[in-house]
Design a protein around this ligand. Sequence first.
Ligand code: AMP
Ligand code: ZN
Length: 113
Amino acid sequence: MSCIFCKIIAGEAPAAILYRDEQVIAFRDIHPIASTHILIVPLRHISSVNELEEADAALVGHMALAAKQLAVQEGVAGRGYRLIMNTGPEGGQSVFHLHMHLIAGKSARSLLG
Ligand code: AMP
Ligand code: ZN
């Protein structure tokens, strides 16, 4: 198994895990670009948005709802945050296991202009 996120899910690599349920796990990004930077990751290995199928619609919705809950927990829900799914090399994706970035804090504001 070479996927770093699958290793974290299996407990074979360390991570600052904030949340886990039967579908997703959430942990802090190892190289945060803002004061809050959390990754919401499905337990099942899906490479990217490109590999999503109709049957995964509920899973993606679940990821968004987990992100919303984490934003509340982090105390950033009111001020706001960004949810980002980088896709493919030119989309800035570097880990090819589907994930949603939850990014909040001052430096999050300048991300997309
Ligand atoms: P992306 O560039 O959208 O594929 O995002 C991958 C993210 O995973 C980057 O922001 C990395 O900093 C983060 N990352 C890579 N390895 C780890 C790890 N072992 N634990 C936590 N975050 C990681
Ligand atoms: Zn994986």
